[in-house]
Design a protein around this ligand. Structure first.
Ligand SMILES: Cc1ncc(C[n+]2csc(CCOP(=O)(O)OP(=O)(O)O)c2C)c(N)n1
Ligand SMILES: CC(=O)[C@@H](O)[C@H](O)COP(=O)(O)O
Ligand SMILES: [Mg+2]
Length: 658
């Protein structure tokens, strides 16, 4: 006899709440299988979601979502949540073009009250929502769940819950938020999902503190916990909580002094896979409204998929894979990754200069700093998810004559902007910024696009800013950054594999002259002035233009700051059309070029036509990198089209498009 899967009966959490508690175990098993199967088709963040299956189901069971606000930190663990909140039908479109985002996203569902993808925003946002609730104390006409009745439900008792991982708890903003929340009072529940993993094993004193707290009670005596919770409840609810004691289930209050000192009730640690523990605790905690509560839940990243658990990073993020064998789809290109090239060259430089240190903010494998760490463990610092600290820490090192390389994703460096301005650039300290994942990154979408660094760094006095056109250039830029110590210097490079060009032998890597670009192909009519990873597309565009009789120069600017003014002046004088091309936002390289041409009077003189090609002024949703660059109109055919249109060959350009 076959039974209908329980998951088929659950489209929304309201369906979930009709199930008996005793059904939830089976539901979670089905949910876990569904997530594994979906991610095997799409790739994505697997381990984190598998670890919070029970927690997600329990929260939706106990709380009245979406009226109660549930906020996931980072959002990479939200796939089970998406399955339970009306998105199961689309779950196999995760991270694909026109599909579901891999993170929580306000525009996607009322069950995602706050979007995320960068770490440690959840407690601040949750506190904001809790305070809004308490200040408004009014009928909420915007409540999505009130849509049917035209609004008007009383929302002053809505609950706000933040779920944050132990890795994200290493970020300063989480403490800023708790510091504020402890002082503010009112209902707010923070669930600390402690799986003793960040992407890599978590680092730092806080991680050790959590490990001590998690191990201090080993889930003994539920009675203690029930008594403690009972004391904290309003009198009318004490009886109900007392009944919870009847469950007589194993549970405990452990460490957590730090959180208590911050003004939170600390509850835990509890076994985050045991629904018999989770449900009564959440039911009780829900009724604590006088001050914030921190529920410390211990889980296993990758739970339920052995092939995940066995991997070092618990398959934090995977490509498509075969569910039975666990085999991931292999990459097709043999070119080295930009990350690997950077790491290899940094190691070469560090062999020559013992003052070089490598810094990562919780991304050792993503930035290649794991390789550096193997060679130079004493000169490597994983500071946790703490980009702001990473940069000012590097500034301190630089002030004492060390040679710090801050290896950060472009998108995460955004977190550290004032550290860059105030601590590094303003003091002219030679910190080296290796900015990985520059440009569009693909399936992580808009939150992870390395779009803005050229604009936000290029406007800073003292800053030197480079972008590599290929992997050999990255070798040269890494060497140049290692040897240059007059100013802070940044270099950006894309996600993924290089162009497959010949690389330099370690002893032959050239030192670049600061502020000097290069000519890659010489022509006479069109000049494509590239900055960064679109060099290959510029070369293809040049071929297309040549085929149309338009002799084309391809120049690689290498530097956005200082600009190679001599080169750009010459190119402007010697060509009829000058097109800057970059994989960055408006206000970046193209703007700097325009500003220079204007200042130099080159925009007024002669018949030069200038065009700037950059990322569109929108947040681009996830897709493959190629699809995203298509949408951004930064592929070879788009560059060709720009040139043709500048020559008044709109018809030809349209013909090419067709
Ligand atoms: C500001 C910022 N820095 C770095 C990252 C990259 N990152 C994404 S998830 C993650 C680890 C988070 O660990 P944890 O919060 O414990 O969640 P888990 O993956 O263990 O579920 C990191 C470092 C990020 N998303 N945001
Ligand atoms: C959620 C998060 O921020 C990281 O896991 C990120 O998705 C990693 O991206 P890469 O795959 O480019 O390393
Ligand atoms: Mg974790």
């Amino acid at each position: 006899m076959t039974t209908t899967p329980l998951l088929d009966r659950v489209v929304y959490p309201s369906d979930l709440r009709t199930l008996a508690k005793s059904d939830l175990r089976q539901l979670c098993d089905e949910l876990r299988s569904e997530v594994i199967d979906a991610v095997s088709c799409t790739g994505g963040h697997l381990g984190s979601g598998l670890g919070v299956v029970e927690l997600t189901a329990a929260i939706h069971y106990v709380y009245d979502t979406p009226r109660d606000r549930l906020i996931f930190d980072v959002g990479h663990q939200c796939y089970p949540h998406k399955v339970l909140t009306g998105r199961r039908e689309r779950i196999r479109t995760l991270r694909q073009k026109d599909g579901l985002s891999g993170f929580t996203k306000r525009s996607e569902s009322p069950y995602d009250p706050f979007g995320a993808a960068h770490a440690a925003t959840s407690i601040s946002a949750a506190l904001g929502m809790a305070v809004a609730r308490d200040l408004k104390g009014e009928q909420d006409r915007n409540s999505p769940d009130d849509a049917a009745t035209g609004g008007g439900a009383k929302n002053d008792d809505r609950r706000v819950i933040a779920v944050i991982g132990d890795g994200s708890m290493s970020a300063g903003m989480a403490y800023e938020a708790m510091n504020n929340a402890g002082d503010t009072g009112g209902q707010l529940t923070v669930i600390l999902n402690d799986n003793e993993m960040s992407i890599a094993p978590p680092v730092g004193a806080m991680s050790a503190y959590l490990a001590r707290a998690a191990s201090s009670g080993s889930y003994q005596g539920f009675r203690n916990l029930a008594k403690q919770l009972t004391k904290r409840l309003p009198p009318r609810l004490r009886d109900m909580a007392g009944k919870a004691e009847e469950y007589g289930r194993a549970m405990v209050t452990g460490g957590g002094t730090l959180f208590e000192e911050l003004g939170f009730y600390y509850v835990g640690p509890i076994d985050g896979h045991n629904l018999d523990h989770l449900l009564p605790v959440l039911e009780n905690v829900k009724n604590i409204t006088d001050r914030p509560v921190l529920v410390h839940v211990v889980t296993q990243k990758g739970k339920g998929y052995q092939l995940t658990v066995d991997k070092g990073d618990k398959l934090h993020a995977v490509s498509k894979f075969d569910v039975i064998s666990g085999e991931e789809v292999k990459k097709t290109s043999n070119a080295p990754s930009y990350t690997g090239v950077f790491a290899g060259q940094l190691i070469e430089e560090a062999k020559k200069n013992e003052r070089i240190v490598g810094i990562t903010a919780a991304m050792p494998s993503g930035t290649g700093i794991d390789k550096f760490m193997k060679e130079f463990p004493d000169r490597t610092f994983d500071v946790g998810i703490a980009e702001q600290h990473a940069v000012t820490f590097a500034a301190g090192l630089a002030a004492e004559g060390m040679v710090p390389f801050c290896a950060l994703y472009s998108t995460f460096l955004q977190r550290a902007y004032d550290s860059v301005v105030h601590d590094v650039a303003l003091q002219n300290l030679p910190v080296r910024f290796a900015m990985d994942r520059a440009g569009l990154v693909g399936n992580d979408g808009a939150t992870h696009a390395g779009a803005y660094d050229t604009a936000y760094l290029g406007c800073l006095p003292n800053m030197v800013l480079m972008a590599c056109g290929d992997e050999a250039e990255l070798q040269a830029m890494t060497r140049t950054a290692a040897e240059f110590d007059e100013h802070p210097i940044g270099f950006r490079f894309p996600r993924g594999e290089g162009m497959g060009v010949d690389m330099y032998a370690p002893e032959d890597v050239p030192l670049l002259e600061i502020g000097k670009g290069r000519i890659v192909a010489e022509g006479t009519k069109v000049c494509l002035l590239n900055f960064g990873g679109r060099l290959g597309e510029c070369m293809k565009a040049a071929d297309l233009l040549e085929a149309r009789g338009l002799s084309t120069t391809v120049a690689d600017a290498r530097f956005a700051k200082p600009l190679d003014e001599d080169l750009i002046r010459r190119l402007a004088k010697e060509h009829e059309v000058l097109i800057s091309v970059e994989e960055g936002s408006i206000g970046g390289f193209g703007s700097f070029v325009l500003e220079f041409l204007n200042r130099d009077g080159l925009l007024d003189a002669g018949a030069l036509k200038v065009r700037t090609m950059h990322l569109p002024d929108i947040y681009q949703d996830q897709a493959s990198p190629k699809e995203m660059y298509e949408e951004a109109r930064l592929q070879a055919e788009h560059i060709t089209e720009q040139a043709l249109m500048a020559f008044g060959q709109a018809a030809a350009a349209a013909g090419d498009r067709a």
